[in-house]
Design a protein around this ligand. Structure first.
Ligand SMILES: NC(=O)c1ccc[n+]([C@@H]2O[C@H](COP(=O)([O-])OP(=O)(O)OC[C@H]3O[C@@H](n4cnc5c(N)ncnc54)[C@H](O)[C@@H]3O)[C@@H](O)[C@H]2O)c1
Length: 295
């Protein structure tokens, strides 16, 4: 594997490009937006091994792996995958970064080789966050999932493989479940936006960054582990589930949430905040890598 085609170089495509180049791969990138090449080059530390071409077919034709990052619209992905499928060697995996579209729907744009289409969903920013969700569609060949997982692993990612496709994959569904209850608590006037952010970022979020929800729960059961927690706290948890909210994103609720974030961030600016988040993420990832006992 030496050359990756990056199709679409917005937020996610640019970040994938940084990661691929940092791993010694050559990148052929494409994006139809005016000024896209200059924007991408200015975001890179080593733009020399980047080639930018106008035609996505040309990018796919020279690639050993294709990572697509165009707009999250099924019609756009269809048209794009038709071009990629036509141009890429039949053995080349076509992976879409799509946050929630089903790979079977994306592969409908590929009459020639739908079996080489997968979703390879990163978390923003892909050059920092290790997770990639590899999702097969109805027609995806098992070997294609294996190859995508092997490729992502070879560049330091932590891929998980889903048994089958589902809207939003796994991690975004888990986030959506949390957002639903967070929005509901604000809507019911039980906590402010800032209080909920404080609760997660200074409470369970700290543990979730180290261990997943199941192992964290297991460790809170003492010697009895998860079995004890489920027996002891399972029944009250079922009570809480019955009280959880189901929100609709009305314009009024959206305004309340946005006003809440504005109030929370009144004394800072987004750029400094993102830089601080990324600095802490770097340290956290290094600290985790130094702990051999972490799964
Ligand atoms: N932003 C996120 O947090 C995030 C996280 C994971 C996955 N994703 C997914 O990644 C993909 C890209 O999202 P983004 O946030 O980078 O969006 P973005 O708007 O920043 O970038 C999309 C890019 O696609 C380009 N584009 C438009 N038509 C194209 C075409 N025909 N061929 C190639 N490129 C084309 C646009 O010019 C733009 O640069 C989406 O599928 C999205 O669901 C986004």
């Amino acid at each position: 594997m030496t050359t990756v085609a990056v199709v679409g170089t917005g937020v996610i495509g640019a970040s994938w490009t940084r990661l691929f180049l940092a791993n010694g791969l050559d990148v052929v990138a494409t994006d139809p937006a005016p000024g896209a090449e200059e924007r991408l080059r200015s975001a890179l530390e080593d733009p020399d091994r980047l080639r930018f071409v106008a035609d996505p077919g040309e990018a796919a034709s020279v690639a050993d792996f294709v990572q697509e990052n165009g707009p999250e619209r099924e019609d756009v992905k269809h048209a794009l995958f038709a071009v990629l499928d036509e141009a890429a060697r039949p053995d080349v995996v076509l992976a879409s970064s799509s946050s929630g579209l089903l790979p079977s729907a994306i592969a409908r744009g590929c009459p020639r080789h739908p079996e080489r289409v997968v979703v390879g969903h990163p978390f923003n920013p892909p050059h920092l966050i290790p997770l990639v969700e590899v999702v097969p569609g109805r027609d995806t060949a098992p070997g294609v999932v294996d190859r995508a997982v092997a490729f992502y692993t070879s560049i330091g990612k932590r891929p998980i493989r889903l048994a089958r496709e589902v809207p939003g994959h796994v991690a975004n569904r888990l986030q959506a479940a949390l957002w639903q209850e967070a929005y509901s608590l604000v809507e019911r006037g039980i906590a402010t936006v800032a209080d909920i952010d404080t609760a997660i970022a200074n409470g369970p979020g700290l543990r979730w960054a180290v261990l997943g929800p199941f192992v964290n729960q297991h460790l809170s059961g003492g010697a009895g582990g998860l079995a004890h927690v489920l027996a002891h706290l399972g029944p009250p948890t079922e009570e809480w589930w019955r009280d959880l909210g189901r929100v609709h994103l009305t314009p009024e609720l959206a305004d309340t949430l946005v006003a809440g974030v504005d109030a929370e961030l009144a004394a800072t600016d987004d750029r400094s905040l993102a830089a601080a988040r990324d600095a802490v993420l770097h340290q956290l990832l290094a600290a985790k890598a130094a702990q051999p006992d972490l799964p």
